[in-house]
Design a protein around this ligand. Structure first.
Ligand code: ADE
Length: 219
């Protein structure tokens, strides 16, 4: 039997995303910031960045990419900038946007990169800010105390996160109902049986899990 990982997951809804970006836009306006460019940190920052463009009337939306959390809730490894910005931002008022500052590494690396490109103003915003982050964004909507840390399952990442989390319930072979039960116990979250079945099908096709009769195991 392999190790049984347990940590709290919290499912985020699109309604919460709209609520948090609307709140961020209010905070950004209140400090008289008028970004002319928004840069979304790939991939979590894309949806919030696009919504902020709409809320703040910004037409220029660009992206940079950092890679750190290779898989769901795996805090190992350093963040790396893997896609630079390839447009001129001198004379621009830039807002860098991500979904969450957790270690704060991605935001800090991306900010340093943009700063080197000589923008007029550079500010950073995240929907959620975990208090242990070594990077403090200029704007955030929700402060999450570090002892309330959770893996936030953002709506644009739900299937990917389930594909990472469900195999963690297979530390021993299980049927579908027991996978659902183990998911609740390990990650404090309910998932519909239909989603367990869809995810197992995807994982089976990818060669990551296998079925024998009614039971599933890691491949
Ligand atoms: N990315 C980095 N930290 C995260 C967290 N706690 N939840 C979701 N995505 C993250």
């Amino acid at each position: 039997m392999t190790e049984k990982e347990c940590f709290r997951c919290k499912l985020v809804t699109y309604d919460e995303i709209v609520e948090w970006t609307t709140d961020l836009a209010k905070k950004i306006r209140a400090c008289n910031c008028k970004p002319t460019v928004i840069v979304g940190l790939t991939r979590g920052g894309w949806v919030p960045a696009r919504l902020l463009c709409d809320l703040l009337g910004v037409k220029k939306l660009y992206a940079v990419k950092t890679e750190h959390w290779g898989v769901t809730a795996n805090p190992n490894g350093k963040a790396l900038l893997t896609q630079e910005l390839n447009v001129d931002i001198e004379k621009e008022e830039v807002l860098l946007v991500d979904d969450i500052t957790d270690t704060g590494e991605s935001m800090s690396i991306a900010k340093a990169h943009l700063q080197d490109m000589g923008p007029e103003v550079l500010k950073c915003a995240a929907l959620l800010h975990i208090t242990h982050s070594k990077f403090l964004p200029d704007f955030y909507s929700v402060e999450v105390p570090e002892d309330n840390w959770a893996w936030f399952i953002f709506p644009w990442n739900r299937n990917e996160d389930l594909r990472t989390l469900i195999p963690k319930t297979l530390y021993e072979e299980k049927g579908v109902a027991d996978i659902q039960k183990a998911f609740r116990e390990q990650f404090q979250m309910n998932i519909p049986l239909e989603d367990v079945n869809i995810t197992l099908g995807d994982l089976e096709a990818a060669g990551k899990v296998k079925r024998s009769g009614e039971k599933w195991t890691r491949a």
